[in-house]
Ligand binder design. Structure first.
Ligand code: PLP
Length: 385
């Protein structure tokens, strides 16, 4: 089989060997229900609490009781935003988010708007940055929650979360951040950035799909996400996904430990890829900021082409990437993020996202540049004939 080159780590990452090894006993020997009081159950409980400690430590939480396990980033975002707003609506019914949030946040805020909450969606500049002054201006007496992502999943922009959180707290509101793309990719400490709630997801950092966590600062009043049993301190019912949680704990611990090496390796490969694409291929726009961005993220617009056609050709050549368009009912909708930073519809539809990970190599970058150059050349000549 042809060796495939995987450049879509923002979509998902492979489960690492140490994570898989940490999880395996929890499918077989330690298969207990973590709520059972017998020894088999207690073994499973130990796995869960051990993982909670790892996540709390990696995030710089004050206590393990501030970490709640969920089914992933989407659930954490939904729970944080709906759970907080519904539990605190007697204090106000206004919330704020940015226009480049992941749909897990945007659609959640929109649901609340339909329920009668008032929603302000903040603009971003041409590199995707939220201006903290815009947050200050948007805050009202009845604002209870602001949600701004730590790192954007499409163009990699790292938002000024610390500054925004200070402004938000100054007005007595709470700050949630979607850090799904950031945990394990950049240094992140909840007490340092000063957020009240933070969402993370396992499958973006070497753990399996279907597990995540929500950090919630002690004293945060929130509604349960699901009704049922007493798991997760009565706030998130349902038998715990013990192997997944154990995998998440291991993955977060490993990711934080290898962070300096990861950043150096992945950023250098990404910079090389960007430089060589710009050198080899004419009419390319880079989307997103040059510096304050995720180390593994590169997003470009190949002017005059459809990102989807490039993607299909790359796939045929064994290279997995992503485009900024979402196919809805047969038509290609340009990315809301690229439109928000001021790209035209055509520029947005010609986008290609390449996201690098720990296991990518220099040789893979070389092959990718050569293959992409040929594809772009072919597709552009076809357009001329
Ligand atoms: N938030 C961001 C920024 C993401 O990139 C993603 C996934 O792509 C999510 C939330 C959703 O996470 P999950 O796939 O774990 O539901």
């Amino acid at each position: 089989m042809m060796d495939r080159i995987y450049l879509d780590h923002a979509a998902t990452t492979p489960v690492t060997k140490p994570v898989l090894e940490a999880m395996l006993p929890y499918f077989t020997d330690c298969y207990g229900n973590a709520s059972s009081i017998h020894g088999t159950g207690r073994d499973a409980r130990r796995g869960v609490e051990n993982a909670r400690e790892k996540v709390a430590k990696a995030l710089g939480a004050d206590s393990t009781s501030e970490i709640y396990f969920t089914s992933g980033g989407t659930e954490s975002d939904n729970w944080a935003i709906k759970g907080y707003c519904l539990a605190n609506q007697d204090r106000g019914r206004h919330l704020i988010c940015s226009c480049i949030e992941h749909h897990a946040v945007l659609h959640t805020c929109e649901s609340l708007r339909k329920m009668g909450f008032s929603l302000t969606v903040l603009p971003v500049d041409s590199e995707g940055f939220v201006d903290p002054e815009d947050v200050r201006k948007a805050l009202r007496k009845d604002t209870i929650l602001v949600s701004v992502m730590t790192a954007n999943n499409e163009i990699g922009t790292l938002e000024p979360i610390r500054e925004i959180a200070q402004i938000v707290h100054g007005q007595g509101a709470l700050m949630h951040t979607d850090a799904v793309q950031a945990v394990g990719a950049i240094p992140l400490d909840v007490s340092e950035v000063g957020v009240d709630m933070l969402s993370l997801s396992g499958h973006k950092l070497g753990a399996p799909k279907g597990v995540g966590a929500l950090y919630m600062k002690k004293g945060t009043h929130i509604q349960p996400f699901m009704d049922g049993g007493e798991q997760e301190r009565r706030l998130r019912a349902g038998t715990e996904n013990v192997p997944g949680i154990v995998g998440l704990g291991q993955a977060v611990e490993d990711a934080v430990q290898r962070l300096p090496a990861f950043t150096q390796k992945v950023r250098s490969l990404r910079d090389d890829l960007r430089y060589r694409i710009l050198e080899a291929i004419p009419d390319v726009l880079v989307n997103g900021p040059r510096d304050s961005r995720l180390p593994g993220n590169l997003n470009i617009s190949l002017l005059g082409l459809e990102g989807e056609s490039v993607l299909l050709r790359l796939d045929l050549a064994g290279i997995a990437a992503s485009s900024g368009s979402a196919c809805t009912a047969g038509s290609l909708d340009p990315s809301h993020v690229l439109m928000a930073i001021g790209r035209t519809r055509q520029e947005a539809q010609s986008s290609l996202r390449l996201t690098l990970g720990w296991e990518n190599t220099k040789e893979e970058i070389d092959v990718t540049v050569d293959v992409l150059k040929e594809i772009v050349h072919d597709l552009r000549s076809l357009r001329l004939h």
